[in-house]
Design a protein around this ligand. Structure first.
Ligand SMILES: O=C[C@H](O)COP(=O)(O)O
Length: 249
């Protein structure tokens, strides 16, 4: 069985003061619930790890460089992320692919770097509205998966997040059938590549406008093992109900 995971991506939001929410969140988690992960901006990682100490909340980063070290002003390496005590890194988010021109091969190299540093990678995949309307979704997903995921994926080092670009921050959510189509496809592609024993245990997250009022329905979808949540992960009042919905799914 894949692990259930509720991951919060704070994107470029929050300050040190925002980390007080981690204690509140920890106090509002279900017993025996899913893995809960918060990915704050990089400058907050050390403090976030401290703030989460003694709780079950895990901490992750939002990107890393593919190189181990060097003259890359403004970038951070996977080893530097691991040094903070963070254990995950989001890679290939559409906001990186679009805003920073990351290609599949760049994402692949970053995942290799993450693994080498002992981090688990959350690989993000998703189609644009144009791709969706042209009925190209599964081709796009197949290409991103083939191009971005290195050999050697395991349930411990890899999580896949399906995030339709048109659903991110828009309040638009695919139908349950559309989510199931992509998640079933991902599971089948992973099975082809890795065999069922490994593929069946890799957590597949849905991301894009997950909110307290739609989470329970989304978690009914076959092969949805959790969510990658943006805006609704910033407040305990929004994120905790999503986590509870996942625990009950
Ligand atoms: O990484 C998270 C996603 O981009 C979803 O963001 P959102 O929940 O604000 O739509």
């Amino acid at each position: 069985m894949p692990r259930k995971i509720a991951a919060g991506n704070w994107k470029m939001n929050g300050t040190a003061a925002s980390l007080a929410m981690l204690r509140d969140l920890a106090a509002n988690l279900p017993d025996a619930g899913p893995d809960v992960l918060i990915c704050p901006p990089a400058p907050l990682l050390f403090r976030a790890v401290d703030a989460a100490a003694g709780t079950s909340i895990l901490i992750g980063a939002q990107d890393c460089h593919a190189a181990a070290s060097g003259a890359y002003t403004g970038d951070i390496s996977a080893a530097q992320i691991a040094d903070t005590g963070a254990t995950y890194v989001i890679l290939g988010h559409s906001e990186r692919r679009e805003g920073h021109n990351e290609r599949n091969r760049d994402v692949r190299a970053k995942i290799e770097a993450a693994w080498a540093a002992g981090l688990a990678a959350i690989l993000c995949l998703g189609e644009s509205l144009e791709d969706r309307e042209a009925d190209n979704t599964l081709d796009i997903i197949a290409g991103q998966l083939a191009g971005s995921l290195p050999n050697g994926a395991t349930p411990e080092n890899t999580v896949i997040a399906y995030e339709p670009i048109w659903a991110i921050g828009t309040g638009k959510v695919p139908t349950l059938a559309q989510i199931v189509d992509v998640h079933d496809f991902l599971r089948a592609e992973l099975t082809d590549r890795l065999g069922a024993t490994t593929a069946d245990d890799i957590s597949l997250l849905y991301g894009g406008s997950v909110k307290p009022d739609n989470a329970a329905l989304i978690f009914e979808a076959r092969n949805v093992d959790g969510a990658l949540v943006g805006g609704a992960s910033l407040k305990v009042a929004d994120f905790a109900p999503i986590i509870h919905a996942l625990a009950q799914s």
